[in-house]
Design a protein around this ligand. Structure first.
Ligand SMILES: [Zn+2]
Length: 251
């Protein structure tokens, strides 16, 4: 299992909670002893253009720091997807997050849709034809849904359960009933934790989710799976929550 991380994502590129100082440090500290890290290169503008319109790309470019870090985040998702395609699970420890980025607009601390760019790239290179994107962030990934809403090949699923039990059941049901696909990509947001904004999930639930995704991927797509970081804002629990997820997710 590889954790894809670029040290430039330590930079505080805006004043939003996803860009807050100490956020990536908290996660790296929790993971560095137990996981292999690899450094991504930036995505290319052609990679961005697989998902985003020219005007949207130009508007993000007007802030050079956000643009550079955004390219590294998309590049991290691409690298995680590539490693997963070759059979090793991977996690893109990246920011800015991406699931609120649509083809021509963005909000919610997102700029480019990292996971969508990674999936579109695998498809455009003829490596896969289908994918399941599972998003367990507190918030609905409207950007990802807008990008793949009409796609027959790529399914987007965001469990909406209103309490811990129904949420986890719904998530499990999706993994059991979804038709076959060639890779599972996880938009891993940790803001639904009991000590984060959503006030719902326990740390061990992330381990279970990681394990369920692993089992489903082994059953349906030769274990091909990757995740990327989306939300998660309480730095005092974020590291252990990401670690719990990855311990279930890894081989
Ligand atoms: Zn969120």
């Amino acid at each position: 299992m590889k954790v894809i991380f670029h040290p430039r994502s330590y930079e505080v590129y805006t004043s939003d909670p996803a860009a807050a100082p100490g956020r990536m440090e908290a996660i790296v500290k929790a993971l560095e002893k137990d996981f292999d890290f690899a450094e991504p290169g930036p995505a290319s503008e052609a990679d961005l253009a697989k998902v985003h319109g020219r005007q949207h790309i130009q508007s993000i470019k007007s802030d050079p720091i956000v643009y550079e870090i955004g390219l590294l985040a998309a590049g991290g998702a691409i690298q995680a997807a590539e490693i997963a395609f070759h059979g090793e699970p991977a996690f893109g420890l990246i920011r800015p997050p991406g699931h609120h980025a649509s083809p021509h607009s963005c909000w919610g601390f997102c700029y480019f849709n990292n996971i969508a760019i990674a999936i579109k790239k695998l498809i455009s290179e003829g490596k896969i034809k289908s994918a399941l994107i599972l998003d367990f962030d507190l918030h609905y990934g409207d950007g990802t849904s807008n990008i793949f809403g009409s796609s027959k090949e790529v399914s987007y699923f965001h469990p909406e359960g209103t309490n811990r039990e129904t949420f986890l059941k719904e998530l499990q049901r999706c993994l059991h009933t979804e038709r076959s696909y060639e890779i599972i990509a996880v938009s891993a947001g940790f803001d639904r934790h009991e000590e984060d904004w959503g006030g719902m999930l326990k740390t061990e639930d992330y381990f279970s989710i990681g394990e369920w995704v692993k089992e489903s991927s082994l059953e349906k797509c030769q274990g091909r799976r990757f995740g990327v970081l989306e939300g998660g804002y309480n730095h005092s629990v974020l590291g252990r929550n990401v670690k719990s997820f990855l311990q279930g997710f890894r081989d």
